[in-house]
Design a protein around this ligand. Structure first.
Ligand SMILES: NC(=O)c1ccc[n+]([C@@H]2O[C@H](COP(=O)([O-])OP(=O)(O)OC[C@H]3O[C@@H](n4cnc5c(N)ncnc54)[C@H](OP(=O)(O)O)[C@@H]3O)[C@@H](O)[C@H]2O)c1
Length: 257
């Protein structure tokens, strides 16, 4: 069975977790992120441990044309993509009006634009061949507005919404689209977003557990999955009933230093 997975953001955190888990099932991997050395070290580790083949494409997916360049490079190398895991993403804590606009736009470029481009381009190939799986990494942050991280939360609301709509459109094509919405995970994310020390960045899940949860849900063709059962209950049954201003206050407070 063809079983090659392209994983974005594979140099760290949940992305490395996806790569290790997929390789442990005997699947080949296409690893991409900006840090080439880290990707090469992961390639060496996975090939030695699992006897699979790993391919490395060090690229900046947030750069203009970055996602298209990745697609073109993978096609030029003649590699099949049976599974696409759109995992690369970042956030940045700051009040929007005081924030660096280029950084905020960079979040949209990576979390939204690159994910849309890769879903469209590899997704079209999957539909043409009548099989394939797409896993998009959204977030529980996508379930509510996020004062102090307005753009990041909105980017994940986009991913959550977009992925479910595409999943519906893909019914009967042989291609599935699943969205994983994790709660807080102990990765480099909090450092990159300058969230360390906030209430939101505590008691995180491990990236390995979250990757396994999302990967298994993708294999089952699930629509949307939240890894943490308490958060799942809260977001589905409590948060929607709370006054909007209360939710906004809570989220802002949880991200204060
Ligand atoms: N950690 C959490 O609490 C949490 C919760 C919910 C959702 N998520 C989502 O989970 C996903 C993975 O995050 P993580 O927690 O594993 O964070 P992480 O450890 O910071 O990993 C982020 C990955 O994205 C890559 N990346 C960042 N900018 C990139 C760019 N311009 N081009 C290509 N690759 C880029 C990074 O690699 P390079 O630096 O080498 O490029 C890294 O491999 C993200 O979409 C995040 O929003 C995280």
């Amino acid at each position: 069975m063809p079983n090659t997975a392209l994983i974005t953001g594979a140099s760290s955190g949940i992305g490395t977790g996806f790569a290790r888990y997929h390789a442990s099932q005997g699947g080949d991997v296409i690893l991409t992120a900006r840090r080439e050395d880290t990707l090469n070290a992961l390639k060496t580790e996975l090939e030695a441990k699992y006897g699979i083949t790993a391919h490395v494409f060090a690229m900046d997916l947030g750069a203009p044309g970055g996602a298209d360049a990745l697609y073109d490079a993978v096609k030029a190398a003649g590699l099949p993509v049976d599974i696409l895991i759109n995992n690369a993403g970042f956030g940045a804590i700051d009040r929007f009006m005081e924030s660096d606009l280029a950084t905020q736009q960079g979040i949209i470029d990576l979390n939204v634009k690159a994910l849309v481009t890769l879903t469209h381009r590899f997704g079209q190939d999957m539909v043409a061949q009548g099989s394939g799986k797409i896993l998009n990494v959204g977030s529980t942050a996508g379930f509510m507005p996020g004062p102090r991280q307005a753009i990041y939360f909105a980017s994940k609301a986009f991913v959550n919404s977009f992925s479910q709509a595409v999943s519906h459109e893909l019914r009967h094509t042989g291609v599935s689209c699943t969205v994983l919405a994790p709660g807080y995970v102990e990765t480099e994310f909090a450092k990159v977003a300058d969230m360390e020390g906030t209430a939101l960045a505590t008691n995180g899940a491990t990236p390995e557990a979250v990757a396994k949860h999302g990967y298994d849900a993708m294999m089952q063709g699930k629509l949307l999955t939240i890894n943490d059962p308490k958060l799942r209950f809260m977001l589905n049954w409590i948060t929607p009933l709370l006054p909007r201003r209360t939710v906004l206050k809570m989220v802002s407070k949880m991200q204060a230093k």
